[in-house]
Design a protein around this ligand. Sequence first.
Ligand SMILES: NC(=O)c1ccc[n+]([C@@H]2O[C@H](COP(=O)([O-])OP(=O)(O)OC[C@H]3O[C@@H](n4cnc5c(N)ncnc54)[C@H](OP(=O)(O)O)[C@@H]3O)[C@@H](O)[C@H]2O)c1
Length: 226
Amino acid sequence: MRIAIAGGHGKIALLTAGLLTRRGDEVLALTRNLEHAAEIEAAGATAVEADLETMDAAALAAVIQGSDAVIFAAGAGPNSGIPRKDAVDRGGAVLLADAASQAGIRRYLLVSSMGVESVRGGATPEGVGEVFVAYLRAKLAAEDDLRARDLDWTVLRPGSLTDDPAAGTVQLSPDAPRGAVPRADVAAVLVALLDEPRSAGTVLQLIGGPTPVAEAVQAAVLAGSA
Ligand SMILES: NC(=O)c1ccc[n+]([C@@H]2O[C@H](COP(=O)([O-])OP(=O)(O)OC[C@H]3O[C@@H](n4cnc5c(N)ncnc54)[C@H](OP(=O)(O)O)[C@@H]3O)[C@@H](O)[C@H]2O)c1
């Protein structure tokens, strides 16, 4: 498979690229800054310049053309303000969906976030700062945009991310409660989702837990089709 990852220099993206390339898949890591190329190439991926805040869908489609799937793993990051939450976390995900459609790529995995349902319908959760509310709104808008499209999408909502080593086991379901999860396990779940086309059309929450990743993906798919 050939997989294009938006936010290709991000932590989850690099871990996912490493898993994919080590088993022989080809990864196109879309980065806004080619100074990161060496780090990306160390993960076995090919770095391609793509700034989601400045390019249009046609230009991005030309970059990802020929890929079998796309993964959105970009994010404006913890030090960004409200405008960039909308520009990257919503706008970047929508741009990637537009580009995937134009390039004829049906498979799309969106790394979203636990907690987005708390802002549905314009709700403002108590005790949450305005920048984080804007982040959750941007993620929810990206999800809703993707879910309305005729694409083979899967939405993955991880809990709080850690840099702990992979546990190899997780809790994955539409209603998994809040919790933490290592980025390395998020990467393993993304790879397992790519391998399971029946996960298309599912929205899954992810935290650390007791179930081996492959088994967790199979159980989530079976639950979704029940
Ligand atoms: N932190 C949490 O607890 C948490 C929980 C749930 C979900 N998430 C989500 O998980 C995803 C990945 O997390 P992570 O820790 O791997 O994030 P990360 O390391 O911060 O990676 C995000 C990447 O997005 C890139 N990016 C920012 N603006 C961009 C633009 N305009 N065009 C192209 N790329 C751009 C950044 O590029 P540079 O490398 O150039 O900065 C960075 O490499 C994010 O969507 C995040 O919101 C996070």
